[in-house]
Design a binder for this molecule. Structure first.
Ligand SMILES: Nc1ncnc2c1ncn2[C@@H]1O[C@H](COP(=O)(O)OP(=O)(O)OP(=O)(O)O)[C@@H](O)[C@H]1O
Ligand SMILES: [Mg+2]
Length: 474
């Protein structure tokens, strides 16, 4: 029943279990006429083997059966096939037993004697309920997915490690320091931590410490009392109070002025804040996640950032690697952004040419994922056909592509550009070249090519996909 009972294009399958031949055959006929796919069994034992061999959406079973009785059957069937709806057929007046069966996992029951129409109605009811359940589940998983790392797309090992760490720490009330270059997804990660924590139903509030004038920052964070300064015409809550019970994301924490670093430290240690111009302290329950693209440790050494605050924030730290350290994430990210922006822009561009993908994989993404996303968005707008081609890429990336092509054509390493010393990237280029050569030599025979390359056939298929070379070979 995984696919949802209500799907019209799929015949639902019903398994009828009854020891009376006449009941089996008449139910089979009626249900087949109503459009179901029907199989029959005379008792529980053969029914179990049928349930393990074929997909059954609905089981219709009698309460009294020879051998294993209906009640035990229901219990076992529910345990082994939780997605199969069991409907019990009981004798008239067996209400109590029917309820007991439902407690053990039956979905519904129908009292004998019933006419076929009544049975079909019961089945339809099950279908509708099941479809609703399915839709609800889908809705729930959509919402969950959005925050359940659903928006953080990655397949690289380094990012999987980040996810594992985040899953473990999300539930604890500790401060977290997220580090990484611009556009690596620090804010996205902070949101994921919040939405995976027990605080998920409370606010997530983000503030960019680098974007707020120093004079306003204290009141922004801690609030103020009426009359505290010229413009303070009324009492105002600060973000700490707004985020009470939830999470406060302090972006670019390295930009926080020193006198506020002291106040922030106090707020973190004592869980108390004081509004500007107010004597009273207010208790707040806030989880702080801070982010920085700076080297805070260096800032501490240079006296720009308080050491005590650094240690308070750095209870747990998560580093988001730059995109060039996880190029294997590029294809999945590209696919994700094509889908995302197609939808948003009302376009239906289906794919990206292998050459374009190669260009994207070889480009140095200094702006990391944000730059990649912008690039895809732009390319979607610039594309005429139904696949993104190199022509729609920004000039800087086209230039990089030409450099790669030149390097491809040159035989040795001596022509590799001087400004890129990444062993990883050059190995990839070399690997791609060898794969192409092997396929050319074997006239596209992948099995032979894999032998020449001394890798398994599977590994070759994987690499072809990874490098966007799937059009090569057969
Ligand atoms: N792994 C990812 N999967 C999908 N989208 C991502 C991923 N990482 C980042 N993004 C997207 O890239 C953009 C930049 O991410 P985000 O704002 O979280 O980065 P940041 O590290 O906070 O950047 P900055 O330091 O410039 O503030 C956002 O649109 C975000 O949705
Ligand atoms: Mg950010």
């Amino acid at each position: 029943m995984d696919k949802g009972l209500g799907e019209v294009d799929k015949k639902l399958s019903v398994l009828v279990i009854d020891d009376e031949e006449t009941i089996r055959s008449s139910l089979k006929l009626n249900l087949q006429l109503a459009g179901y796919e029907v199989s029959v069994a005379e008792k529980a034992e053969p029914a179990f083997s049928m349930l393990s061999d074929q997909e059954v959406d609905i089981v219709l079973c009698d309460l009294r059966m020879p051998g294993i009785d209906g009640m035990s059957f229901i219990e076992r069937c529910h345990a082994t096939n939780p997605n199969t709806a069991i409907i019990l057929m009981t004798g008239f007046g067996n209400h109590e037993l029917a309820l007991e069966a439902m407690r053990r996992g039956a979905y519904d029951y129908i009292s004998k004697p019933f006419d076929p129409q009544e049975l079909i109605l019961t089945l339809k009811k099950v279908e509708e309920r099941e479809q609703l359940r399915h839709e609800n589940e889908e809705l729930r998983s959509e919402v969950e997915e959005r925050y359940h790392f659903g928006n953080i797309i990655a397949k690289s090992k380094v990012m999987k490690e980040v996810f594992d760490k985040v899953k473990r720490l999300a539930q604890f009330h500790t401060t977290v320091l997220v580090t990484g270059k611009s556009g690596t997804g620090k804010e996205l990660l902070a949101r994921a931590i919040h939405h995976n924590s027990p605080r998920r139903s409370k606010p997530f509030i983000a503030i960019n410490c680098g974007a707020i004038p120093e004079a306003l920052m204290e009141s922004e964070l801690f609030g103020h009392k009426k009359g505290a300064f010229t413009d303070a015409s009324r009492d105002k809550k600060g973000l700490f109070e707004e985020a009470d019970g939830g999470t406060l994301f302090l972006d670019e924490i390295g930009e926080m002025p020193p006198h506020l670093q002291v106040k922030l430290l106090r707020a973190l240690q004592e869980q108390q804040i004081r509004r500007v111009g107010d004597e009273q302290t207010i208790h707040v329950d806030v989880r702080v996640i801070a982010a920085t693209l700076r080297d805070l440790e260096q800032d501490v050494m240079d006296g720009r950032f308080r050491e005590d605050l650094f240690y308070r924030l750095n209870v747990v730290s998560i580093h988001l690697p730059s995109l060039h350290e996880r190029t294997e994430d590029i294809p999945v990210l590209v696919e994700h952004f094509i889908k995302k922006h197609n939808k948003r822009l009302g376009l239906s561009i289906k794919s990206i040419s292998p050459e374009t993908m190669r260009a994207l994989m070889n480009y140095q993404w200094r702006g990391n994922i944000r730059e990649l996303e912008n690039c895809i968005e732009r390319s979607l707008v610039m594309t005429d056909g139904d696949a993104i081609d190199t022509d729609s890429l920004p000039d800087s990336i086209q230039a990089a592509l030409h450099r790669v092509q030149d390097a491809d054509q040159s035989a040795g390493l001596e022509l590799l550009s001087d400004d890129n010393l990444s062993i990883k990237q050059h190995s990839r280029t070399l690997e791609m070249k060898l794969i192409k050569k092997a396929l050319a030599r074997t006239k596209g025979n992948r099995t032979h090519a894999a032998k020449l390359l001394e890798i398994s056939h599977r590994a070759l298929l994987y690499k072809l996909k990874e490098y966007g070379l799937t059009e090569l070979g057969k």
